[in-house]
Design a protein around this ligand. Structure first.
Ligand SMILES: Cc1ncc(COP(=O)(O)O)c(C=O)c1O
Length: 403
């Protein structure tokens, strides 16, 4: 029998995308990063850990062990949504050692902490809900909230992070469901919320019924000063905080291993949301991560990162004032990956970036990180990717971009 040949319909109209995508902007930071990947560019743009500091030999052994012997079948099989029991135990032990008492059952392993943000948004946010966010904030978190149809409400910040009184006033006005904060070495500003403000935020959550999302990818990367308590440990916030973190900055982002430590009443909803998203995170990656955490001296590994990144932060901070136009200001974060700077009023960081790229040096203009009116004079510089000599060379190029 002959088949009838039907003509395929011509593709004329663009596809009707779901409404929830309407307000989700593509990340200009990703577009900028594409420009900065040219060979020869010294980039302060991406928040990339230094690849030479990855424990590649240790991870190679961990993967080999995960794929050897009787465990190999388990490492390659479907598994539970909550995550590899040994990995959950290792994460809970680390959180406990860092002052956030945790049981393995408190922790849901996610595909990077980015997925934890998506799951939290899926579980808590209705379209039209308001979310209080630091101004400026981590762009991909804003995207995750936007994808859930939520509206960000920017909260003013200063050098010590979020202004809690302003947050309280905005909470009264907008009745938000949750407040998203990166209290330690924030992305993009490198700022750290002081202890008094942490307490005030915890009290605000208790008073208003807000959920707090405490995102902490950078807390282990401290180069000066003492660690501050997680907001999740503070009175009023214990059962209202979703604490997120990741192996991305202390092991390797390619592992895509993150987690959320959630209050009991949200755990099963998060598990259902994760089942719908991906059933579970990669079993072999989780098994290897668990083996790596069991074998490595994590404190010594992180001490190595701190020493290297601390020297890189010093190199950037020492030369930055001379590399930016007179009248610019910048901070000197005690940890993390980023320095935040502001050009003199009237300057546009995006225009400076164009001239910088002509001289093979790059940074990220600050404007994409703002949920409200952007400050065009701001910029973010990451200091982790290059060693100090290259940082100095990059700063010399940056100076020549505006001189
Ligand atoms: C504040 C913040 N949260 C979450 C993430 C996501 O990290 P990952 O998904 O690699 O764990 C990042 C990555 O840069 C970040 O800066």
């Amino acid at each position: 029998m002959e088949h009838e040949v039907t003509a395929l319909p011509l593709r004329s109209a663009p596809p009707q995308l779901a409404t929830r995508l309407r307000d989700v902007r593509s990340s200009p930071v990703r577009d900028i990063l594409a420009l900065t990947e040219r060979p020869g560019v010294i980039s302060f743009a991406g928040g990339l850990p230094a690849p030479e500091l990855f424990d590649a030999p240790g991870l190679r052994e961990a993967f080999a062990a995960a794929l050897s012997g009787a465990g190999a079948g388990r490492s390659l099989q479907y598994s539970t949504t909550e995550g590899d029991p040994r990995l959950r135990a290792a994460i809970a032990a680390r959180l406990t050692a860092r002052g956030l008492p945790s049981e393995p059952g408190d922790v849901l392993v996610t595909s990077g902490s980015q997925q934890a943000l998506t799951l939290v948004a899926a579980v808590l946010l209705e379209p039209g809900d308001r979310v209080l966010v630091e101004e400026p904030s981590y762009l991909a978190a804003l995207q995750a909230f936007a994808l859930a149809g939520a509206q960000p409400v920017p909260v003013p910040c200063d050098d010590e992070g979020i202004d809690v009184e302003a947050a309280a006033a905005l909470a009264a006005e907008h009745r938000p469901k949750l407040l998203y904060t990166i209290p330690t070495f924030q992305n993009p500003t490198g700022r750290t919320l002081g202890i008094e403000r942490r307490r005030a935020l915890a009290a605000l959550a208790e008073r208003t019924g807000l959920w707090l999302v405490e995102d902490d990818p950078y807390g282990e990367l401290r180069y000066r000063g003492e660690a501050l308590p997680s907001i999740a440990t503070l009175p009023g916030a214990e059962d209202r905080t979703l604490a997120l973190s990741t192996l991305s900055k202390i092991a390797a982002p390619g592992l895509r291993i993150g987690w959320v430590r959630a209050p009991a009443e949200l755990r099963s909803a998060l598990v259902v949301a994760k089942q719908a998203a991906d059933l579970h995170s990669s079993t072999v990656d989780q098994a290897a991560a668990a083996r790596w955490l069991a074998a490595v001296d994590l404190d010594a590994h992180i001490a190595g990162l701190r020493a290297a990144y601390g020297a890189r932060r010093d190199a950037l901070v020492a030369g930055l004032a001379a590399a930016l136009p007179p009248g610019s200001v910048h901070n000197r974060p005690d940890g993390g990956m980023f320095v935040w700077a502001r050009l003199p009023s009237g300057w546009d960081a995006a225009a400076l970036l164009e001239r910088a790229l002509e001289r093979d040096v790059a940074f990220v203009p600050g404007y994409p990180f703002f949920a409200g009116a952007p400050d065009a004079a701001t910029l973010r510089l990451s200091f982790t990717t290059h060693p100090p000599e290259q940082i100095a060379e990059g700063l010399a190029r940056l100076a020549s971009a505006w001189l």
